[in-house]
Design a protein around this ligand. Structure first.
Ligand code: SF4
Ligand code: SF4
Length: 81
């Protein structure tokens, strides 16, 4: 088994592309129009969204390869960190 990478998720274009596959299809992302607010993507690296009054509607992070690779837990990084 590959050793998990416990370093911070890098803020890179490649990781944004990965994030778009998961956050991009997440109901919470759409319902809260997160693309309109900073930081837009990569909440696990950049921190929570500036969107006001977020409505909770599930999280696709646990399916994301960065989630597994960096041993992240819980998800919902757009709402809390
Ligand atoms: S773990 Fe979540 S926030 Fe981080 S890149 Fe994957 S889908 Fe995006
Ligand atoms: S961090 Fe989780 S809850 Fe937030 S938009 Fe991404 S997949 Fe959805």
């Amino acid at each position: 088994m590959m050793k998990p990478d416990t370093t911070k998720v890098e803020d890179s274009d490649a990781n944004v592309q990965t994030c778009m596959k998961y956050c991009g299809s997440c109901p919470s992302y759409r319902q809260n129009a997160l693309s309109r607010y900073e930081p837009g993507w990569l909440f696990c690296s950049r921190g929570t969204s500036a969107a006001p009054r977020m409505k909770e509607a599930g999280c696709f992070c646990p399916a994301c390869e960065l989630f597994a690779r960096h041993s992240l837990v819980i998800g919902h990084f757009c709402e809390r960190h």
